[in-house]
Ligand binder design. Structure first.
Ligand SMILES: [Zn+2]
Length: 317
């Protein structure tokens, strides 16, 4: 049997390996844990910290890397607990510290580019393209509030398997995404790797309940993939299409709704004022929807995130 090699390490049954991988042409090093199951089975990648200020997933991944027992695993679990380590150590709001780029907008990356481009290229070539399934853990950014939900990419070869993974996630909503570029799970999906992204947590906070919920979702998906023993639990939820409105100008932001709130077309979602209190812009709901996440800081930045909402695909709210 051919031995699988990931990041230069042979996957030896029953062994756990913890290491950093250097990103060529940069000073970046990415921590990774290879959990090589005692029994044969698929190889699953779990990443967190692609956005480094999204702490729930990072802590869940660290805990999973210590809790999953290779003796129980049918297959391999590869964990990247902190993909954007330099952003974390310099406390950026989820940008790569060296070049200010959003790592989850530059996949598949570029070996001729700057740090984020090279990091994305390494993550894809070394990890993502060598696995059979992928789970990416995110939260609202340090300035964002959010309700938990999940994504998968529609119209891909692995859509059916990704849908089964989505069923294992304990959230009320999921988004059938149409975005095929830029993101890690999007790229993996286009390459036929069933992939999901879980959003849970907000404002750079992390609670025990949220961490446990992330871990429970990952373990439930691992059951569904046959990597962990036991029958997965299926959670029914509402499918949404996602829409985002970015801020048209910089200023002070005053949201009117909370994530999870329903709204109807034409309802006021918030306004941007200048530093004298004059209204610069009012955001009205372009259609009926459910607020998924939004900017929650007083400052808002032109062309930066403002509101992201979902619309049920059957338009029945
Ligand atoms: Zn994120």
């Amino acid at each position: 049997m051919e031995v699988k090699v990931i990041a230069g390490h042979k996957l030896t049954p029953g062994k756990t390996l913890k290491d950093h991988i250097h990103v060529e042409g940069t000073e970046l090093h990415v921590p990774h844990v290879l959990l090589c199951g005692q029994h044969r089975g698929p190889t699953v990648l779990i990443s967190a910290g692609i956005h480094n200020a999204e702490y729930v997933g990072i802590q869940a991944a660290i805990e999973l890397s210590n809790e999953l027992d290779v003796g129980d695993l049918h297959g391999n679990v590869i964990i990247l607990p902190l993909a954007n380590r330099s952003g974390f150590e310099n406390r950026t709001m989820s940008m790569v510290y060296e070049d200010g780029k959003n790592l989850n907008r530059v996949f598949p990356g570029n070996w001729e580019g700057s740090e984020a481009d090279r990091l994305a290229a390494m993550l894809f070539e070394v990890f993502i393209q060598n696995v059979d399934a992928y789970i990416d853990l995110h939260s609202g950014d340090g300035y964002e509030t959010l309700i938990p939900y999940a994504y998968y990419l529609g119209d891909t070869p692995a859509e059916e398997q990704a849908r089964k993974m989505i069923d294992c996630i304990n959230t009320k909503y999921y988004v059938r995404s149409r975005c095929r570029t830029g993101g890690a799970y999007n790229l993996a999906s286009v390459h036929g790797i069933p992939s999901v992204l879980i959003e849970r947590g907000q404002l750079s906070l992390f609670s025990r309940d949220e961490i446990e919920a992330d871990k429970a979702d990952v373990k439930n998906i691992l059951r569904c993939l046959g990597v962990l023993p036991g029958k997965p639990i299926s959670y029914s939820k509402t499918q949404l299409f996602e829409y985002s409105d970015d801020a048209p100008c910089t200023g002070c932001w005053y949201p009117e709704k909370q994530p999870g709130d329903y709204f109807i077309q034409g309802e006021k979602l918030g306004e941007i004022r200048d530093y004298f209190g004059n209204v610069l812009y009012t955001e009205y709901a372009p259609q009926n929807g459910i607020l998924l996440h939004q900017c929650a800081s007083l400052n808002i930045i032109e062309k930066g995130p403002m509101v992201t909402y979902g619309v049920p695909t059957d338009d029945n709210i």
